[in-house]
Write a protein that binds this ligand. Sequence first.
Ligand SMILES: Cc1cc2nc3c(=O)[nH]c(=O)nc-3n(C[C@H](O)[C@H](O)[C@H](O)COP(=O)(O)OP(=O)(O)OC[C@H]3O[C@@H](n4cnc5c(N)ncnc54)[C@H](O)[C@@H]3O)c2cc1C
Length: 319
Amino acid sequence: MDACKTYDAIIVGAGPAGSTAGIYAARASLHTLIIEQGMPGGQIATSDMVDNYPGIPSISGAELGSKMLEHAESAGAEVAYAMVNAITHLDDGRFSLETDTGSYVAPVVIVATGATPRPLGFAGENEFRGRGVSYCATCDAMFYRGKRVFVVGGGNSACEEGLFLSHVASDVVMVVRRDEFRAPKGRVDKLLARDNVSVKYSTSLVEATGERLLGSVTFRDNKTGDQYTETYSEGSFGIFVFAGNDPVTELVTQLADIAPDGGVVTDENMATRTPGLYCAGDIRSKRLRQVVTAASDGAIAASAAYAYIQEASDVLSTN
Ligand SMILES: Cc1cc2nc3c(=O)[nH]c(=O)nc-3n(C[C@H](O)[C@H](O)[C@H](O)COP(=O)(O)OP(=O)(O)OC[C@H]3O[C@@H](n4cnc5c(N)ncnc54)[C@H](O)[C@@H]3O)c2cc1C
């Protein structure tokens, strides 16, 4: 394991929040490290197209995510690809971060670990995860070329991903719990304009079964309570789940308060109850989880972190 490395600011996560925090921290001349466990871009890298980021009417999510991290690097932030396993608040006020490739220490840490897809909870969901049950159309659509897919959910993501899948799958069956979609009408209309998209309204998915791959799926009619099973040849269909996201808070549960919605409680400067620890982006308790709000959080957190280091420099040693 490498010797412990010291920075002014360490950012966990290279999604929109983390990369933007990196831009602002590095431009404030903080010696900055961004640690990312996977691909740059976070969740947005799994989105086929982003059309609501100001100034960029249309861009692939992967490109937007990469450009943000490249921007942070060009501003001077360093990037390490590793999984952060633990964050410890040291007696001297600084933080120690343990990763699978080494340890790092900094007086401020900005945690921007985002959110992860929420499982729906139907029987067989875990068993068939990655073998017929997916949470990312951009990642997995190609496995279902020419096959039927069930898309579970009635919100924005479900509609966006259903539309994407309709260009790859033979047919898309939207499974919507209520008798209407939650997504805006324009997005729903665009989806339903596709010839190969149909909808099961007031329906929940209760079970998926099969030998090695998915073979049958059981639904419940939420108006009557009746259940019925549809059986197909194994591996001939898939289930895509879009039931919302859960904030990824494991690293900070001992250091920050968690709100009833599962997100981290911060003040308007993105500060948690632990001095020097900030959270930005989808990890926070907030109403609107989007790229633009994540980027805004990252900028605010880095600016507040800079002010914190200036004020606390007499008690914190960054050497
Ligand atoms: C399919 C889909 C489509 C979307 N479409 C849009 C859209 O069109 N417009 C829009 O504005 N928003 C959209 N969003 C929402 C948007 O992607 C998120 O709001 C945004 O990405 C949140 O950014 P973030 O930086 O807070 O977190 P994330 O994007 O979740 O990034 C967090 C990063 O932290 C990393 N990480 C997590 N834990 C660790 C760890 N322990 N160690 C190291 N790294 C870690 C993750 O690998 C990830 O890269 C979409 C989301 C999805 C899923």
